[in-house]
Ligand binder design. Structure first.
Ligand code: E4P
Length: 231
């Protein structure tokens, strides 16, 4: 299973790519706006074109750091607007993947973009039928939001298992990208379900690195060695 990093925070990405296990990144308007606000405390004086220019710079930097697919989301909600934005975003870097929301306009846009060879990550997917239609429209990735389903008392992971089965039944190439990951068990369950990718926020990735028994065990090994052989 590939692991993407779910953030636009360039400093966090720099730190975590050093581990050598990050295969890509996902951003969304929430994450990107937070990063602009973090990097530029005076952002409120920025013009629309300046905001666009800075978001492109951040996305380019992320692409250079992760060296794998980086999802950048459109803001437009009509198909013509989405296509225009997608074409602009695609120019940033060859690793840019366009995130399109699952709406009738989004579906139409996905078909248009995928026929032009632009890879789409269909986002805001909450049901197996949405995932099926995304694959039919030619999405390269589909992002079911597991944590947000958990938030409303639905079994978020159920949709992952069902979508993996559906895609296997028909041999769709669309990769299942588990989004809205909230804790380490989402990672384990995604791997059990056979998801292609999970996108993990930095806080969850840090939790995956830690085990108290590893820390205690390491401390004991080192101190036992030193007891016999000294410092
Ligand atoms: C990534 O592609 C999604 O936008 C992200 O995982 C959503 O996560 P959230 O539900 O925690 O906002």
């Amino acid at each position: 299973m590939k692991i993407f990093i779910d953030t636009a925070n360039v400093d966090e990405i720099k730190k975590l790519t050093g581990l050598g296990i990050i295969d890509g990144a996902t951003t969304n308007p929430t994450l990107l706006s937070k990063e602009i606000a973090r990097q530029y405390p005076d952002y409120s004086s920025f013009s629309k074109s300046k905001i666009l220019e800075e978001s492109k710079k951040i996305l380019f930097e992320i692409c250079e750091l992760v060296k794998g697919p980086v999802s950048a989301e459109v803001i437009a909600t009509d198909s013509d607007g989405m296509v225009k934005e997608a074409e602009e975003l695609s120019k940033i870097h060859e690793n840019i993947v366009i995130k399109i929301p699952f709406t009738p306009e989004g579906l139409k846009t996905t078909k248009i973009l995928s026929s032009k060879g632009i890879r789409v990550n269909m986002t805001l997917v909450f049901s197996p039928s949405q995932a099926l239609l995304s694959a039919k429209a030619g999405a390269a990735f589909v992002s079911p939001f597991t944590g947000r389903l958990d938030d409303i008392s639905h079994w978020g992971m159920d949709i992952i298992r069902v979508v993996v089965d559906i895609y296997n039944n028909y041999g769709f190439d669309t990769e299942v990208l588990v989004a809205s990951c909230r804790h380490p068990l989402h990672v384990v369950e995604s791997a059990l379900a056979g998801a292609d990718i999970i996108t993990v926020p930095p806080g969850v990735l840090e939790k995956l690195l830690k085990h108290p028994l590893t820390d205690i065990g390491l401390e004991r090994f080192i101190s036992d060695w030193k007891k016999v052989f000294g410092e």
